[in-house]
Design a protein around this ligand. Structure first.
Ligand SMILES: Cc1cc2nc3c(=O)[nH]c(=O)nc-3n(C[C@H](O)[C@H](O)[C@H](O)COP(=O)(O)OP(=O)(O)OC[C@H]3O[C@@H](n4cnc5c(N)ncnc54)[C@H](O)[C@@H]3O)c2cc1C
Length: 491
């Protein structure tokens, strides 16, 4: 062995030794690393599932547990199969301006499709909206069906103003995303709205906002209001943030997950590695100074208890039925209460619409979307052609009453009816001028409330905005405890 060779062997041995030492140090570091915080998330809707996902990204060491009262993940996102077609019983689509939902679908590798009806016609409304997505709409006032295309053409100036206002709202919304990402997490809804100057939208009713911009009452009553009734079961007294947030899909594309929207919360929960407790309704949260005790029933019977460092409530506070102990002020009485609307959602497989119901002759071809005006007391808010099938169609109805046994009134050749009753669909989105009228994001040290943000709009993106925010607030607090820098926007 020459000298050079001997030196090489010594060098490689030393390197090996160093490697061994390095891995021993790494192992030691790992073992001495504090185990992550224990975090309970109550609710597995898009708010809870995305919060779990963001928390796992920010705090990979965290021990996450999701408690879900239902037997399935998804909350108000629910996809079911009717005659081989995946239909959306809850949230059906999101606008492409909904940046985080777009990102999450991509990160979960879910294929999405343009869910806006693309019909083989280009009318002047399409030209105005600069796209080929004819909205074949009729508005039923209880006596007659109004031609929306004619209404829009008759009120072209008001339509143009509305379109311009939606475009301005979209710009401000974009600004809100940018500014927030620079500034870090927000601590209350007023702070959220300040970015992009969005407060003027939540403080004014849709009627007030658009009237102040000289939009004619006729367009408001026969186009905007019927759309709001269809989307939110609410009228023009609803604040203009919610109205504009839903109208953005007129100008942008709208998307759904090809295999059903409920795949999204499921994928997020899987990716979060959280421990999931289905059929587990949390009934009491007790604060024991440094930690929280969560008491829940499993399958409606066995009482179970778990202890955690932080709790995220990802469900409307009004509907959780949770009792808070040793938490002052008590969130169940001190937080503002929102009124809620509810719906029966029906999917009907039938040959066609019953023209007689709409006082129309046999040869009449019904519009694909039939909405209603505010001054009509009907048990349904909208009837939509959801999917044509060979020799029949799937129709979707939003109703304020259970119409399962009344479908022969509305349709010819009814083959089947699927019904789902949502106990709550949306909060009443009344204008809010006093910041105190928003529920708090942080209810107590380590106790968070995601759903407060639904007071600004009831859409999938909205709880995700706050889920991401709450995950960042928790990560910042944890990092502060360990002396790390806070807010790195790693979501
Ligand atoms: C019919 C309908 C149509 C819609 N259409 C659209 C649409 O097209 N586009 C759109 O973007 N949005 C739409 N939405 C709104 C959207 O679905 C919601 O805004 C959003 O899904 C709310 O998510 P969330 O996680 O905040 O609440 P939820 O989805 O309500 O989730 C809360 C979860 O918490 C659980 N929970 C409650 N209390 C407890 C407890 N004590 N213990 C354990 N678990 C508990 C509930 O079971 C539920 O699963 C629609 C909603 C409905 C109902």
């Amino acid at each position: 062995m020459d000298v050079q060779h001997i030196l090489l062997v010594i060098l490689s041995l030393r390197l090996g030794l160093l490697d061994l030492q390095a891995s021993a140090v790494k192992q030691e570091e790992k073992e001495s690393m504090p185990s992550g915080p224990r975090i309970a998330i109550i609710g597995s809707g898009i708010g809870g599932s995305s919060c779990a996902y963001y928390l796992h990204k920010l705090l990979p060491n965290a021990q996450l547990s999701i408690f879900e009262a239902n037997d399935r993940i998804g909350g108000r996102i629910m996809s079911v199969n009717i005659e081989g077609v995946i239909v959306e019983v809850g949230a059906a689509a999101w606008a492409s301006a909904n940046q985080y939902i777009m990102e999450l679908a991509k990160e979960m590798n879910l294929s999405i499709f343009d869910a806006k009806p693309k019909l083989p016609r280009t009318d002047r409304l399409d030209l105005l909206l600069n796209q080929q997505s004819a909205l074949s709409i009729g508005v039923w006032d209880g006596y007659a069906l109004h031609d929306i295309e004619k209404l829009v053409i008759d009120n072209l100036k008001s339509t143009a103003i509305t379109v311009a206002e939606i475009a301005e709202f979209l710009l401000k919304l974009k600004l809100n995303y940018f500014q927030r990402e620079d500034e870090g997490p927000f601590r209350n809804i007023t702070e959220y709205l300040a970015y992009g100057k969005l407060t003027e939208y939540t403080s004014k009713s849709t009627l007030q906002y658009l009237s102040e911009h000289n939009v004619e009452l006729e367009l408001l009553k026969y186009f905007i209001e019927p759309l709001m009734i269809h989307i939110y079961d609410q009228e023009l007294d609803m604040h203009s943030f919610a109205a504009f947030a839903s109208l953005t899909s007129l100008l942008t594309s709208a998307h759904s997950v090809t295999s059903g929207n409920s795949k999204l919360p499921k994928a997020l929960v899987n990716a979060s590695k959280a421990e999931v407790h289905l059929n587990s309704k949390v009934h009491t949260i007790t604060n024991d100074n440094t930690e929280y005790t969560i008491a829940f029933t499993h399958d409606g019977k066995n009482e179970s208890i778990t202890t955690v460092d932080a709790v995220v409530i990802a469900a409307p506070l009004e509907w959780t039925g949770i009792t808070f102990k040793n938490i002052q002020p008590d969130p169940s009485s001190s937080q503002p209460h929102r009124d809620w609307v509810f719906w029966y959602v029906h999917f009907v497989v039938a040959k066609s619409i019953n023209n007689t119901y709409f006082h129309q002759p046999d040869q009449w071809s019904a519009p694909d979307n039939i909405f209603t005006t505010a001054n009509v007391s009907l048990p349904w808010a909208s009837i939509q052609l959801y999917q044509p099938l060979p020799n029949s169609n799937i129709y979707k109805l939003f109703c304020t009453q259970n119409l399962t046994t009344h479908m022969d009134e509305y349709f010819i050749g009814v083959r089947s009816v699927y019904t789902h009753h949502w106990v709550y669909t949306f909060p009443r989105l009344i204008p809010i001028t006093d910041p105190e009228d928003f529920q708090d994001i942080q209810l107590h040290d380590g106790l968070f409330n995601i759903n407060t943000i639904e007071s600004i709009a009831s859409a999938m993106e909205v709880p995700v905005i706050n889920a991401r925010n709450v995950a960042q607030l928790i990560a910042d607090a944890v990092n502060r405890d360990y002396g790390y820098d806070t807010y790195q926007n790693d979501c």
